[in-house]
Every structure is written in C-alpha cells, then in structure tokens.
Design a protein around this ligand. Sequence first.
Ligand code: C5P
Length: 245
Amino acid sequence: MQAQDRLIVALDVSSLEEARLIVEELKGSVGMFKIGLEMFTACGTEVFEFIESYKSEKNTRFFFDGKFHDIPNTVAAACRNTTRPNVAMFNIHAQGGIEMMSAAAKATREQAQNLKISKPILIAVTVLTSISESILHEQIRTSKDLDLPQYVVHLAKLAKEAGLDGVVASPKEVPLIRSACGDDFVIVTPGIRPNWPELGSDDQKRVLTPSQAIAQGSTYLVIGRPITKAQNRLDAVNRLVAELV
Ligand code: C5P
C-alpha cells in the first residue's frame, strides 16, 4: 500500500457543504474520508447519498464510523443498510460479543454479494481511547486479571474469530494486536499527531506520530484536525505523506 493510501481524513464537520469542500480539496491525495456520528446526526441518510455521489471516482472512498452496538439482529440489519456502493469500510463494537459480530460479518458479506459490490472492510472498535484502565475496572468492571492492553487483544481475537477484517485501537496497542492476529489483520488507529510546532496540544492525549504508528504496525491512520484545520490542507497531507516514506 502506498503511504497516502494509509491516511483516513476524519470529516468532523456538521454539514455536507463543509465535507464536500474538504473532499474536493483532498480527493486523490488520501486513502479514505471518515464520516462519523457528528455528520450522521446532522445530515441523516444524506451522508450515504453524498458517499455514493463519489462512486465513479475510484480514489474517493469512505469509512462510515457508525460504531454499531446492539442485539445481533439489529446490528445485522444496520450492517446490511450500510453495505452500499463506495462505503469502503465501516465499524461495530467488539464489546457486542461474538454472536453480534458474526451476524454483522454474515449480513455484510451477503448484502455485498446481493448488490454485486466489493465487501466493505468490517472492523470492530476494541476499547475507546477515552477509556482508562481505572474506568475499565472500576466502572465497566471487567476482570482485573486482564489489564487494558490484554483486554484489547482479547477483543481483537474475538473480532477475528467472528470473521471481521480488523479493529480500531490505540496506536500503543498495535504491536500486541499485530502479533496476536497476524499480518493481514487491518488495524486502524486514531490518536495520531505529527511533531509540528504550530499544532499545539488538543484533547488527544496518548498520541504517536504518523511514522511511529506505521512502525508499530498500523494499517490505516485516522487524522482529523492536523489536516482539516490546516491553513492549506493539501500541503498538510503532502507533508504527512513525505514523513511516511
Ligand atoms: O482531530 P483528530 O485527529 O483528533 O480526529 C480523530 C478522529 O478519530 C475523530 O473523528 C475521533 O472521533 C476519532 N476517534 C478517536 N479516538 C477513538 C476513536 C475514534 O479519536 N478511540
């Protein structure tokens, strides 16, 4: 995979106009654009029409970050509805368990076959990077026998067993996941910050630089504000890609 194809730009905006502006500036220069709950709750299913409007442009693909987590039947239906032309990737929560994830994988496979489109890459969120070890043990009350990285690896293995293509995880957990789940397993990592003096600090705390994340074994890097808030977004992308090669 080329370095630029590893970049996923988070479209954390609340209107299709803003999203289109960014996509028009960066299409062909990055691997995918991520549309998540912010755009979905502002624009509804128009986001899928937006995604489909780029289907003839081979290099303009989308990751729908819907993080589905419900009973197996409902998640399977949501996965069928999300398996559409030009949705190259979407996700569910690994904490929904193996039955939910297997139902999601099956529904996605079958819908792609019915529509005669390539199957989207289906990945699972392991543990959100906003969850700390103490939240995990004291609020969610997972077993103290597993520390947070071990719990993440446990969920990644469940996702693989259920037939998913990969996971979303913090870049810090990537080496453990890579060795547990193999070279072909897709690992998508947010929490990426280049070492650029003008960026300052924001709400991302546990960060790695893009090249560190790739060196750890990440397949795709989700990057939002360092690109979307840059004075010149294309320059920011080119600078990131140059750091990766
Ligand atoms: O602007 P920034 O690079 O921090 O954007 C990161 C993107 O990745 C946001 O869309 C955020 O919601 C998402 N994300 C994250 N941490 C997670 C999961 C998703 O930052 N654990």
